[in-house]
Design a protein around this ligand. Structure first.
Ligand code: ADP
Length: 321
């Protein structure tokens, strides 16, 4: 990228200098033509014999000189302007490509890691179950870990599948009347079983919306999964569902690492992961919020993120009924 940027700016500077040089040359040539025309005029008209005619011709020559000057400056400026716009467009699209390919590369590395680590963990737990004589409690613990890992694997596969289906416009949304309160209750119960005493909930019962169940489940899952990932284990996560002026509002608030102001506008981009060390320690692919945002948009809603007090983030999804 640095090499490309240097070459690019050297070439751009060369083009701008060349335009400046040709502008200067043309103006100089314009001046010489004018001087030549004045000499010719002096040989043709005697200024003391015909002062009026001489003045008139001189004025005409002067007028042509300034017309040409303006024309060259105008053309040069237009040319420069077009080149600068073109250069800006080329640079921006190239820079985007480079960033995207770097993110894709990071994504492949994260995905490989994300796929391998739960498989390795499940294998280890199952081998322990197979080879060791364990108490019922120990067995239950190992089985529970296997279930958690397979859930992670499942979430990751679902995210990847939906991302590629949405990209290729292959996903067919299946809209139906959904009891959002019941759906969220189910999801939170699942999480509360996996992460006991981490969640507090305030769900207004009986909120219905018209939407795609699989998608909405995934959106809420992604927010809860992130809240768990980016919040220390001793801090609570609160989830609420309410209805405000015919809009269903889902809020997931955590007291975790929080998201720097400058990163907030990027976190919904594909493959984007915040670059600070603390959040990078958590596993992830940068697909979760990208998909959540897409899902919310598909439901004509919007998602926002704010800082929580004293620390952490508050994600809010609003979906019209
Ligand atoms: P990831 O798979 O990395 O979690 P996401 O798209 O879900 O990808 O999130 C993008 C980035 O936003 C994450 O890498 C993380 O840095 C940041 N982020 C998302 N949710 C939270 C949160 N609740 N607290 C702090 N940072 C978060």
């Amino acid at each position: 990228m640095r090499f490309f940027t240097s070459i690019y700016f050297i070439l751009l500077a060369y083009i701008i200098l060349a335009i400046g040089f040709w502008e200067w040359k043309l103006q100089k040539q314009n001046g010489s033509i004018y001087a030549q025309q004045v000499i010719t005029l002096r040989t043709q008209i005697d200024s003391s014999a015909h002062p009026y005619e001489y003045r008139e011709q001189m004025d005409a020559l002067h007028h042509t000189l300034s017309m040409r000057k303006t024309q060259y400056v105008g053309e040069g400026a237009t040319f420069l302007f077009v080149i600068l716009i073109g250069a800006f467009v080329v640079y921006r699209s190239f820079a985007r490509r480079i960033i995207l390919s770097r993110q894709q590369n990071n994504f492949m590395l994260s995905v490989t890691h994300e796929l391998k680590s739960p498989i390795a963990a499940m294998k280890l737990n199952l081998q322990t179950l197979e080879k060791r004589q364990l108490s019922d409690e120990q067995k239950a613990q190992l089985i529970d870990r296997c279930i958690r890992e397979s859930n992670r694997l499942n979430d990751l596969c679902n995210n990847m599948l939906l991302a590629s289906q949405l990209e290729g416009r292959q996903y067919k949304t299946q809209r139906e009347d959904i009891n959002l309160s019941a759906l969220m209750e189910d999801i939170i119960t699942g999480y509360a079983n996996r992460y006991p005493q981490r969640f507090e909930e305030e769900l207004t019962p009986g909120i219905h919306i018209y939407g795609d169940r699989v998608m909405l489940e995934m959106a809420v899952n992604n927010l809860l999964e992130n809240a768990i990932k980016y919040t220390p284990a001793d801090k609570l996560i609160s989830v609420s569902l309410s209805m405000k002026q015919n809009v269903a509002v889902i809020v997931v608030a955590d007291n975790g690492t929080g998201i720097p102001e400058s990163e907030k506008k990027h976190i919904f981009e594909k493959f984007y992961r915040v670059g600070n060390e603390e959040s990078r320690k958590a596993k992830g692919t940068g697909l979760g919020l990208y998909l959540t945002n897409k899902i919310v948009l598909q439901h004509k809603g919007r998602i926002t993120v704010k800082d929580n007090t004293p620390s952490g983030s508050v994600f809010e999804i609003s979906i019209p009924m």
